[in-house]
Design a protein around this ligand. Structure first.
Ligand code: ADP
Ligand code: MG
Length: 386
């Protein structure tokens, strides 16, 4: 982003969005000696709480964006649903990575799927539904399917599973007839993801392929170790993720989610133009974390191929853990001390004051000498957490 001259420690790195991904970016940037600036309206945002500078305005606020550009030597984002226009505004003033155009594609499932097609990476059969005529013309072969809003969906929100044309029509109406994609429901064998980091010079490195388990549309567990995904599929996934990044002339950290189908084939699901929940294990299991990769790409520092030094299991810690057995009484602090007595446990909490069911409060990385040991410890930790 910054041409041949990297931004060295002592410079200020800005981030649009103050959630947990921004917080962990801030931690990584500060560890390397950078100053940080966060733009987020929430005075208690996880990243705002730990940043040198916190601009408390909406993402579209012209004064807020001008302040962020004024403070920062380069800017990134931690949230794909920030208006691409905000990134364009910033991009006129400062190097921005990833660029607004790449984020705009990741924000729109229809544009994203068209990009997969251009890269020659197969995705689920789908149709774009943005009008009553398109709804009527949907191929019956796409049912049963999943209707997804083209924009603003995350953690399974903005999705509806439909079996018949009637259910499809009702679901589209219930979504307010906004532009959607209908995807064929695929028989999944497993889900995995790959994080790539690409520099302005085109250098591209990747983290090992992550195997992901979702519960109720939210990532629950990520396992990363030798053999978590068959080697030939892992290789295909890395190659596909790199071609998707290259096709976007992407600069920054990009996560590509995949499905492995029951017939053993690989299809791409979606991309996230930022570090990803499934990459959190890299904080404790790799010699370079996904957040350090984000710092390096936006600062124009060299990228070296990350090396995983320990098998890892990551457990997402949702607010539900604060309400054992589904009680709705006062929240209770989970048994952190007991969990941390287990070897190789690394607790990451995001500084969110209120635990709520379904809210991402933190994650636990478990590292061990072997995959079996990491899994056994993760099971013990999960049992202690209830
Ligand atoms: P989000 O943006 O909420 O992460 P995804 O498109 O990744 O949305 O869907 C969430 C989850 O729903 C996926 O991780 C997968 O488990 C399931 N899913 C999504 N699309 C399909 C599909 N076409 N076939 C089968 N399962 C799917
Ligand atoms: Mg997803």
């Amino acid at each position: 982003m910054s041409g041949a001259q990297p931004l060295l420690p002592g410079a200020t790195l800005g981030v649009l969005g103050g959630g947990q991904l921004g917080r962990m970016f801030v931690h990584a940037a500060q560890a390397m000696g950078y100053f940080t600036a966060v733009l987020d309206a929430d005075p208690n945002s996880p990243a705002g709480l730990v940043s040198h500078h916190h601009i408390r305005t909406a993402y579209e606020d012209p004064d807020g964006l001008a302040q962020l550009a004024g403070l920062s030597d380069a800017v990134t984002t931690e949230f794909e649903n920030v208006p691409a226009q905000a990134l364009r505004t910033l991009g006129a003033e400062r190097p921005v990575a990833p660029a607004a155009d790449a984020v705009a594609i990741a924000q729109d499932r229809a544009a994203e799927k068209a990009h997969f097609g251009r890269c020659g990476v197969p995705c689920a059969p789908y149709a774009v539904i943005a009008s009553a005529a398109e709804l009527a013309a949907v191929d019956a072969a796409l049912l049963p399917g999943i209707l997804k809003t083209a924009r603003m969906g995350y953690d399974g929100k903005g999705q509806s599973r439909v079996k018949t044309r009637e259910e499809l029509a009702d679901a589209w109406q219930a979504m307010g007839e906004v532009p959607c994609v209908l995807e064929k429901m695929l028989p999944l064998a497993l889900e995995c993801s790959v994080i790539v980091a690409r520099g302005a010079d085109g250098a591209c490195v990747h983290l090992p392929v992550q195997r992901n388990l979702h519960r109720a549309g939210i990532l629950a567990v990520t396992e990363v170790h030798e053999g978590n995904v068959p080697a030939d599929l892992a290789e295909q996934a890395v190659a596909a993720a790199k071609s998707i990044a290259e096709g976007l002339r992407y600069v920054g950290v990009l996560c590509v989610e995949f499905f492995v189908l029951q017939d053993g084939s690989l299809v791409v699901n979606e991309i996230a133009p930022r570090p990803h929940n499934s990459g959190h294990y890299s904080q404790n299991a790799c010699d370079v974390s996904q957040f350090e990769l984000q710092v390096r790409t936006m600062a124009g520092l060299p990228l070296t191929q990350p090396r995983q030094h320990s098998p890892a299991v990551m457990l997402n810690l949702l607010g539900d853990l604060w309400f054992p057995q589904g009680t709705h009484a006062q929240p209770q602090t989970p048994a952190w001390a007991a969990v941390l007595a287990l070897p190789g446990t690394h607790l990451h909490l995001y500084g969110k004051a209120d635990a709520k069911p379904g809210r991402k409060m933190g994650h636990l990385n478990v590292t061990a000498a072997t995959a079996e040991a990491a899994r056994a410890t993760a099971l013990q930790a999960a049992a202690l957490l209830g």
